[in-house]
Ligand binder design. Structure first.
Ligand code: PLP
Length: 416
């Protein structure tokens, strides 16, 4: 569900014509709907109200300050993976006591900064990392809290690169080692290990993998508790799938119906880390047709956006619906929608049926709000595009288009 729709032949984001934004800011650009963004957060909040969980928005999915501020204002916490994300979270006034810090490789500087900030929990991904957190906490004379990220080794039906809950992947700690760490808790004088964290993957559309992992982890927590180990937090991660094409993902309510009864019995304080579910369908990427060419075998629609702006099709074989921004009733034809970059992987769609388009037509690449702008790069010396947010009948630029000068900052021609 989202707030992008046609009205009288024109594609709108809430109350604003997408084409009128393109006239003002140029193309390409990312466009976010405030309403879709906040509605999705509220859906999770409502569905899980009985548990009153800490809902930490996974900022890696979209780190725009206005996006995270909109969610923080509704009570969201933030799931961070770097000190940069932590600093952005603090800039928008996120409560440190609602910030959790995952990442397989936290540096000493990052750990120290997070300790100074007083975050709620470190989600620890290895035994040496726990030792390092303890060492730094001792040095700083501070006590901190940690959850151990368990790798539950469960199947997650998603793309190989977004599957994180198997022992073949770098994430988390295996159950045997986790048990040993919990039992040796006295070794860590300044870290209170009182939580367990899982995140089995992303874009998982059915409930079963989550239920399986959560049950496995609760059974494990029960064993630990039986041995007298105290555990206060369970962070169930993110991973909820959304509609890109024809998926039929579980709703927040269906997810809650399955897991709230199981979680409730544990008496644990629940943390959630949704990213894509909240922001994925709240954003689109708008790009302009530069040229159309036909080489006898294939038709190519060449647009001004590229894989440096939205890498998901190349990286994950991801499907994104593509919609002409002015309703186009021309006959459909099969084409590749491609960018200008010197890579065969620079495409938004392959062999896609689209109404015949022409130079200067605007295309909306749908469901681009999550893992879109945040993964953009300057490949081919392409400045990153602006981000725009609509609320009702208004739109505002929430990140300016980069300039050539921005790209050159810090770069030098050395003379030996
Ligand atoms: N939590 C952790 C630890 C993650 O690694 C991720 C994404 O990779 C998320 C939460 C968010 O996942 P999603 O955007 O699928 O909800």
């Amino acid at each position: 569900m989202h707030d992008f729709e046609f009205k009288a032949g024109q594609f709108y984001c809430e109350g604003v014509k997408v084409s009128s934004i393109a006239e003002r800011v140029g193309t390409p650009f990312y466009l976010y709907s405030y309403k879709t963004l906040t509605d999705h957060f509220l859906k999770i909040q409502r569905a899980f109200a009985r548990l009153n969980p800490i809902i930490c928005f996974a900022m890696k999915s979209n780190g725009n300050l206005s996006v995270i501020k909109s969610l923080v204002d509704l009570g969201a916490g933030i799931d961070i993976v770097s000190v940069g994300e932590l600093k952005k979270a603090l800039l928008v006034g996120a409560d440190p006591k609602k910030i959790v810090f995952a990442s397989v490789g936290k540096t000493g500087e990052e750990i120290a900064f997070a300790i100074k900030t007083g975050i709620l929990l470190f989600n620890v991904e290895s035994e040496p990392e726990l030792a390092e957190i303890n060492r730094i906490a001792v040095k700083m004379g501070k006590k901190v809290q940690a959850a151990l990220r368990i790798n539950p080794d469960v199947p997650a039906p998603t793309h190989e690169y977004t599957n994180t809950g198997s022992l073949k992947k770098k994430f988390g700690i295996d159950l045997r080692t986790t048990r040993q760490i919990f039992k040796a808790w006295k070794k860590y004088s300044h870290v209170k290990i009182n939580g367990v964290h899982i995140h089995i993957g992303s874009q998982i559309t059915s409930g079963a993998p989550f239920v399986g992992a959560i049950k496995k982890v609760i059974a494990f927590i029960d064993e630990l508790r039986a041995e007298g180990i105290r555990i206060e937090y369970l962070d169930i991660g993110g991973g909820l799938g959304i509609i890109y094409k024809d998926e039929n993902p579980q709703t927040a309510q269906q997810y809650a119906d399955k897991i709230v009864p199981i979680l409730e019995k544990t008496g644990l304080k629940i943390i959630m880390e949704p990213g894509r579910f909240i922001v994925g369908n709240a954003g689109i990427f708008v790009t302009k047709v530069l040229y159309v060419k036909d080489n006898g075998l294939k038709k190519f629609v060449i647009v001004d956006g590229g894989m440096n702006d939205l890498i998901r099709p190349m990286l994950y074989d991801a499907y994104h619906e593509i919609v002409p921004v002015i309703q186009n009733k021309a006959a459909q034809q099969k084409c590749d929608v491609v960018g200008p970059i010197c890579e065969s992987g620079d495409f938004f769609a392959l062999d896609r049926l689209l109404p015949k388009v022409k130079k200067n037509d605007l295309l909306a690449v749908m469901s681009a709000g999550a893992y879109g702008y945040v993964m953009a790069s300057n490949y081919n010396v392409r400045p990153r595009v602006p981000e725009v947010m609509v609320k009702g009948n208004k739109f505002k630029i929430v990140k300016e288009r980069e300039t050539f000068q921005d790209l050159m900052r810090g770069e030098r021609i050395v003379r030996w």
